[in-house]
Design a protein around this ligand. Structure first.
Ligand SMILES: Cc1cc2nc3c(=O)[nH]c(=O)nc-3n(C[C@H](O)[C@H](O)[C@H](O)COP(=O)(O)O)c2cc1C
Length: 452
């Protein structure tokens, strides 16, 4: 019997779905109660985790934020999910909480300390989505730094994760924090040590002052499907977020598993999660009506701005009747959404815009009544070899349709399990409390310790 599917829910701390629709609640993203209510309802629903995507970047066209991004609310504006998370930890008991921190923007000890703290506050329910950054052109400009070329960003990411893992895995042995009042012993000097790292991009000597949480290293996720992105996933990730059409996802998953094996890891220790859009209603007709409403508010101009955010490319300046110039794949912003539109059956620029108008970076939605949707979901899983879904919010920015209509049917068919209070996010994903023995983080443990 195959393992149950992992079910995560996708958000950014910003607008979601079709914000123009009266029922959409995502315009409350600056109200803490909005997030508290969402987290509580997902905790009650027993899904595995809530994930916050994030980026300091925003759409940049001709070196500036286009008016259309402001008018249409395209990847703009946004709050910081890290600041929201502790409030959600306080009101949930079993919901995993996964957050993006970019290896291009955040330095390793900062990532290690924040997430170690959150691992304690959530009792082991925190996950890190490792990215090099989608809107990296705008982000670099905001930080006053040169844009690091695409592949070099992934080399930085690799070195970043290597160091961050040392900080989590090597500084503190189990039982290092003693808190023995009678013997005046807070932490055991024998069990706390400095790490040293002298990598191509990061140097460090020292100790992470935050003791490890229940998971020690938070559950590790990755998103970004260019070749170096898949390599990063194969080396470090325990969960990967994938978004494309079904044949492309099948190829990407197979490639990630192949690369994992080449890295000496069990290829099936990586949970490949499909970013899925579910348009559901009691009847198929109602579901299609919902879909048409959501599509009606999104323009081709919105699509062009969104494409610029992910790729740095301005489709509105290109010949709509021709495919992308293959040199577009050399963009130094994100590459996933360039590469997916190249090749022998490459669509025209107009078709790419239409695709982005309908589905943005996600593949085609599953549309129908609950039975139809779960039938389609089973077919997608069987074809792609994926392990679960990262559920996109609906047109209203919520997960109500998924939770109330789809999840019960998935449970009835024995496809998903309810999360259990007390288990960590990693235990739910992989069945193990800590990094698997074949993970480079576990393998490095103590090897990097500075001898006494
Ligand atoms: C479901 C999903 C979630 C993602 N979340 C983020 C995110 O939070 N931040 C980010 O910069 N990129 C995120 N990405 C990846 C970007 O789309 C982009 O591909 C990547 O950051 C740039 O890497 P690439 O050149 O490998 O495409 C996500 C992708 C998917 C499919």
């Amino acid at each position: 019997m195959p393992a149950p599917w992992t079910i995560g829910m996708f958000q950014t701390a910003g607008l979601m779905g079709a914000w123009q629709l009266a029922e959409n609640t995502s315009t409350d993203f600056l109200d803490l109660q909005h997030w508290v209510d969402m987290a509580r309802s997902l905790d009650a629903a027993g899904v595995d985790f809530l994930f916050f995507a994030d980026d300091y970047g925003y759409p940049l066209v001709d070196g500036r934020l286009p008016d259309q991004a402001l008018r249409g609310g395209i990847s703009f504006p946004r709050a910081d999910p890290m600041v929201i998370l502790p409030a959600l930890a306080a009101v949930t008991e079993r919901l995993g909480l996964v957050v993006t921190l970019s290896t291009t923007v955040e330095r390793p000890p900062v990532v290690a300390r924040k997430l170690a703290t959150l691992d304690h506050l959530t009792k082991g329910r925190i996950g890190w989505n490792i990215v090099t950054g989608a809107g990296q052109n705008a982000s670099a400009r905001l930080f006053g730094e040169p844009l690091i070329p695409h592949d070099e960003r992934y080399a930085v990411a690799d070195d970043h994760v290597a160091l961050t893992l040392k900080l989590w895995e090597d500084c503190w042995d189990e039982g290092g924090l003693v808190v023995d009042r009678a013997n005046n012993l807070l932490a055991d000097p024998e069990r706390v040590r400095e790490i040293a790292h002298d990598g191509p991009h990061f140097r460090a000597e020292g100790i992470l002052t935050t003791p490890p949480g229940p998971q020690r290293t938070p559950a590790l996720f990755q998103a970004g499907a260019s070749a170096p992105g898949r390599e990063l996933a194969a080396k470090y990730a325990e969960g990967v977020f994938i978004a494309a059409e079904v044949p492309a996802m099948r190829a990407q998953i197979a490639d990630i598993r192949r690369r994992a094996e080449a890295n000496g890891r069990d290829p099936f220790s990586i949970r490949c999660l499909i970013a899925g859009t579910f348009v559901v209603a009691e009847t198929e007709n109602e579901a299609w009506a919902l879909r048409r409403r959501a599509e009606s508010v999104r323009t081709l101009a919105d699509a062009a701005v969104q494409y610029a955010f992910f790729t740095g490319l301005d489709l509105s300046q290109m010949d709509p009747d021709k495919p992308l110039d293959p040199r577009a794949a050399l963009t130094e912003t994100g590459r996933t959404n360039v590469e997916r539109f190249l090749g022998p059956d490459a669509p025209t620029v107009r078709e790419i815009l239409e695709e982005f108008q309908s589905n943005s970076v996600m593949g085609s939605p599953l549309i129908g009544d609950p039975m139809q949707i779960v039938d389609q979901a089973e077919a997608v899983m069987a074809t792609t070899g994926a392990d679960g879904f990262l559920v996109q919010p609906d047109a209203f920015g919520t997960f109500d349709g998924f939770v109330n209509l789809i999840l019960p049917e998935m449970r009835r068919r024995g496809l998903v399990q309810e999360a259990v209070a007390g288990s960590t996010l990693r235990e739910r994903l992989t069945g193990h409390p800590h990094l698997a023995a074949d993970h480079p983080g576990a393998a490095r443990r103590s090897a990097s310790a500075v001898p006494a």
